[in-house]
Design a protein around this ligand. Structure first.
Ligand code: 13P
Ligand code: ZN
Length: 271
């Protein structure tokens, strides 16, 4: 593993940032046991010169991702804890590279016969999102899934289980929310985690938003950096916390009116 990853300074920086942010997810209480997963598209900064692919474990994908031919990703392992990643990043992270048919990948951070583990069970959703980003040609490199408690809690009532109602609530609680998330969040109704259906709905939601809220489960967010992707989820969770603080104090929060939201939205992109 060392010979592949250690010479790449840019990759090392991303690994260290991912480890730091994994610690924040744990501290926030959003990463119980193995909850959450992160992937980073590292194709542009990968400089592997590999001739002996047969030395690395190869895993077939259930269906191909034609737009991701030859792409490389840093991705969290299934069953791995975010809190452990902080201390020993490569004990919970994998570097994978898709084959020329894009219907399978090599695990370049492991050798056949070593103590192997597989990527996150949400890999179909992660790869589907990266493929959607590649198709439209935008810059996002990071896909982050976490069990943001406050955001899960708001989806426990049908009242907030629609794009219109959830965004009205979250935008209304705090100026930062509409400034930094002007497109709002997309909403994905409850479905089995790791399923094809939830991957498809999440990809659809992320075509028009940077965050998809999974009913009664968590969030999927995309961004240019691991830190920046965390920031967006953090802001949304703060809005939800303000709402619940008001509720527990028997205060019915007013929220912002349309005019206030309109002028706040004009500040988007200023910071
Ligand atoms: P993994 O351990 O497979 O990444 O699963 C965690 C999770 O949050 C599933 O939704
Ligand atoms: Zn999850």
């Amino acid at each position: 593993m060392k010979h592949i990853l250690s010479k790449n300074k840019k990759l090392k920086t991303i690994i260290l940032e991912t480890a730091e942010i994994a610690g924040y997810l744990w501290q926030r209480g959003w990463a119980e046991r193995n909850a959450g997963n992160i992937s980073v598209n590292i194709t542009e900064i990968s400089n592997w010169e590999i001739s002996d692919f047969d030395k690395y474990p190869f895993v077939e994908l259930p269906y191909p991702y034609p737009k991701l031919v030859g792409s490389s990703f840093l991705v969290t392992g299934t069953g791995k804890r975010m809190r452990d990643l902080t201390r020993k990043p490569m004990n919970g992270l994998l570097a994978i590279k898709l084959n020329p048919e894009a219907n399978g990948y090599w695990i370049l951070s492991q050798k056949i016969g070593s103590d192997n583990f597989l990527p996150t069970s949400e890999l179909p959703t992660h790869l589907g999102i990266h493929q959607m980003i590649a198709k439209r040609g935008s810059d996002e490199k990071v896909v982050m899934h976490t069990h943001a408690t406050e955001l899960i809690a708001v989806t426990q009532t049908k009242e907030f289980c629609s794009e219109a109602s959830i965004n009205k609530l979250l935008w209304g609680m705090h100026p930062e929310t509409i400034i930094f998330i002007p497109k709002g969040v997309g909403f994905v109704p409850y479905m089995l985690p790791g399923s094809v259906g939830i991957a498809e709905e999440t990809i659809k939601a992320l075509q028009d938003h940077d965050v998809a809220l999974w009913e009664k489960h968590g969030v999927f967010a995309i961004g240019n950096s691991v830190g920046g992707t965390f920031d967006v989820i953090d802001i949304l969770a703060k809005s939800a916390r303000i709402f619940f603080m008001c509720q527990s104090a028997n205060i019915l929060p007013d929220g912002f009116n349309e005019e206030q939201l309109g002028e706040l939205k004009l500040l988007a992109g200023n910071f």
